[in-house]
Design a protein around this ligand. Structure first.
Ligand code: PAF
Length: 323
């Protein structure tokens, strides 16, 4: 009887949904490990030159030890049939890579594939919405920290909350929603995700350009001279959010920015690292997104404008040097 009930259990196991992750950087790999440890088998979609084998070993280092896992990998230029079973595509690319990469991938995805974008900044979703052809789009933000220490090796550097929510089209199916919430520690589903995304945008708009321009760790921003600039960056962000129909609280945002500055005092921001490694930054989706909105509403944001100009100037100089 035991054997037959075990067989029945096997027969009745609910069909699993296929979750794929596009962008196997630090956050993409971290999510893959977290999904795997909660019983899902995520598929990683990678660049053709990174897809040497269909199953590849990935390593996660945590305070409690190292975990090695084998993940199936699919090259982004693989045949369409291989993408048709994906129920959820989690996109962990940099903001500036999202639209072009998805333009090529969307025609290969099923009509029912849900998309979830997780990147710093805002903006790509607006370009993506007209291209979705009826698919559902969700957005999210995470404060988890992960550092890439090898091609397929990461270190989990900090816990933090992850907030997810639907933006347009069909809602994320409940089964996928609960798979994500179960896998990602400290995660929550938000009926209105926009305030959470703007909260993270405020953190990035205040910390990233200042640390990149002056080549300093996040903690240096606690100095008085930076605090004055941060206050203006946030005041301008609150002003433009109001034109977008969002009422944000200036003091709450400032408190949050300063909390992140103190919690990550010895860390270097992603933009500081991008500049140091002569990579393109996400400035267009962070302070640049505020400027885009300001232009639409015919409003001036002088401090954000100056930060964008300085980062772009650094970016161009460094890119020129690297060629
Ligand atoms: O982009 C980053 O570096 C991070 O989002 C943050 C929160 C600013 C910490 O460095």
């Amino acid at each position: 009887r035991l054997a037959s009930s075990a067989a029945a259990q096997t027969r009745w196991r609910a069909p699993t949904m296929t979750i794929a992750i596009l962008g196997a950087g630090a956050i993409g790999q971290l999510l893959a490990h977290q999904l795997a440890s909660s019983g899902c088998q995520p598929l990683l979609i990678v660049r053709p030159d990174k897809c040497c084998q269909p199953l590849q070993k990935f390593t996660l280092e945590t305070r409690n030890g190292s975990y090695c896992r084998m993940f199936p990998c699919l090259a982004i230029d693989a045949a369409a049939a291989e993408f048709s079973n994906i129920n959820l595509l989690i996109v962990t690319l940099k903001a500036y890579q999202v639209v072009n990469t998805l333009l090529a991938l969307l025609p290969k995805l099923s009509q029912h594939c849900q998309l979830l974008l997780l990147h710093n900044g805002l903006g790509p979703h607006r370009q993506l919405i007209p291209l979705l052809a009826g698919r559902g789009l969700s957005l999210g933000t995470t404060s988890q920290g992960a550092l890439r220490i090898g091609e397929r090796q990461i270190r989990h550097t900090g816990s933090g909350i992850t907030q997810l929510g639907d933006i347009t089209g069909p809602a994320m199916p409940k089964k996928l929603q609960s798979q994500l919430l179960q896998a990602i520690p400290d995660s929550e589903w938000c009926d209105d995700i926009m305030p959470a995304l703007w909260g993270k945008l405020a953190v990035n708009a205040a910390i990233n350009p200042l640390t990149a321009i002056d080549n300093i760790p996040n903690g240096a921003l606690a100095e008085k001279h930076y605090q004055q600039q941060i206050q203006t960056v946030i005041a301008e962000l609150v002003k433009i959010a109001k034109f977008e129909g969002l009422s944000l609280d200036n003091d709450t945002l400032l408190q949050r920015v300063n909390q992140v500055i103190s919690l990550t005092a010895t860390n270097y921001s992603s933009m500081q690292q991008d500049i140091q490694h002569q990579r393109l930054t996400e400035i267009d989706a962070i302070n640049g997104y505020l400027l885009q909105l300001a232009q639409q509403h015919d409003v001036e944001l002088p401090v954000n404008q100056s930060l964008v100009a300085q980062v772009k100037c650094l970016q161009t100089q460094l890119m020129r040097c690297s060629h």
